[in-house]
Design a protein around this ligand. Structure first.
Ligand code: PMP
Length: 284
């Protein structure tokens, strides 16, 4: 099946979808993005994604090129044209095309790109077995709350994880506390059963799945603290897990080669994963 992309006002064959060489996203990573899950043809948690997009754009003083209503139409049309039932929709807004100069251009028009693709949920065996993470220094900038396309440290970190035979790299700040994964939020469950994840702030991206899982944790009345946790604490935790739109919730069973808890996915991670899947199924 031929894929279709939306590029700056037009639906074009994916293989012919291009942006200008002086697009500031290409030259300066001057842009933001969102990845939304599609389940049974429905977009999951669309509103919080749009709220986060608007926030990322406003932090960079990029004007949203189309209204939320128009964006919803474009996303649905892109999903439809690509016949995506289960998958993701990717959208990116850059500051636009202008002669290369660091300062904001006066006349550039923001460029919107939307793509959608089928991507089946990850192999359930991965969730059953859990995944390994490594820890690496967090070498990113101090505005990780902005979902910018400047992902080079994340790319390098994920590659290190892959080369180490791990699934993800947990980035660690100068206080030896975990910030987040390269494309996921990081969580632990303490020996006392308290769910811990770093509070939203400039050090992490406030994940949409993070927000949904926080709601579930509160609704189910589990003990919860949003605070930084150290690598040592994570290794001594009874459970650990990670969350993201593309991975849902995955138990973490090894950190730097050391087993977490029993070395198997813990009961709370399983329960929260099940609840999260119910949340997405209900929306879809
Ligand atoms: N942190 C980072 C650095 C990410 O790139 C992502 C995924 N975009 C997340 C966390 C998880 O965010 P979400 O739950 O919105 O997918």
């Amino acid at each position: 099946m031929s894929r279709v992309a939306y590029v700056d006002g037009r639906y074009v064959p994916h293989s012919l979808a291009v942006v200008h060489i002086e697009d500031r996203g290409y030259q300066f990573a001057d842009g933001v993005y969102e990845v939304l899950a599609v389940v049974n043809g429905h977009i999951i948690d669309e509103e919080p994604h749009l709220v986060r997009l608007a926030r990322s754009l406003s932090q960079l003083r990029i004007v949203q090129p189309v209204s939320d209503a128009a964006l919803k139409i474009v996303m649905r049309e892109t999903i439809r044209r690509n016949r995506v039932d289960d998958g993701i929709v990717y959208l990116q807004v850059t500051r636009g095309v202008a002669p290369r100069d660091h300062a904001f251009p006066r006349l550039a028009k923001p460029v919107l790109v939307v793509t959608a693709r089928r991507k089946r949920a990850i192999d359930p065996r991965i969730a059953d077995d859990g995944v390994a993470v490594i820890t690496i220094p967090d070498i990113r900038w101090r505005r990780c709350d902005i979902k910018s396309v400047a992902l080079l440290p994340n790319v390098l970190g994920k590659q290190l994880a892959k080369e180490a035979g791990a699934y993800e790299a947990w980035q660690v700040d100068q206080e030896d506390c975990v910030t987040e994964g390269t494309s996921t939020n990081a969580w632990i469950v303490t020996a006392e059963g308290t769910v811990v994840t770093r509070q939203a702030g400039n050090a992490i991206l406030n994940g949409i799945v993070r927000l949904a899982v926080l709601d579930i944790v509160r609704r189910e009345n589990y003990s919860l603290v949003e605070r930084p946790f150290t690598v040592r604490e994570a290794k001594a935790a009874s459970e650990a897990f990670l969350t993201s739109t593309t991975l849902d919730l995955l138990p973490v069973v090894r950190i730097d080669g050391e087993p977490v808890g029993s070395g198997m996915p813990g009961p709370l991670s399983r329960k929260l994963r099940d609840c999260y899947l119910v949340h997405t199924a209900a929306a879809g």
